[in-house]
Design a protein around this ligand. Sequence first.
Ligand code: THU
Length: 154
Amino acid sequence: MTQDDDFLTGRIARIPAPDHDADWERLTTQARIAMTRAYVPYSDYPVGAAALLEDGSIISGCNVENASYGLTLCAECTMIGALQMAGGGKIVAFTCVNRQGEYITPCGRCRQLLLEFSAETMHVRTAKGATTLEALLPESFGPRHLEMNDLETR
Ligand code: THU
């Protein structure tokens, strides 16, 4: 059984290297601030998301709902838009929180959105501890499958 399997059964919380600890706190604070900007008239469930990029900068986002319900943008979605607008970059650490400040795990669609901009070693902080995006989205289809000259092969 790999460490990732252990994480998925909830038996251990994977904690990243100690020098990440301060980053998790900083990142969680930014996710909580972003959560306060959420537009959630339908679910009343605000979410804030924050990502630490390779260059040390932090990008955040909040959920923006829609009367059609189905067109609701998750917090990860607006965050990814903000990331690209800010010049792009690779995510090394990510977290998202609800109104109570509790860590929530990204929905399936958002895991795919995160993959697009993830650094190879990207970690996600969840209620059970930190894990990898690979553990949350195994055997994924991503940029590496498309042979495009302007995309890094990974
Ligand atoms: N939501 C997010 O923003 N991110 C997730 O990963 C899960 C769900 C939002 C969508 C909707 O506005 C609300 O949470 C309730 O589903």
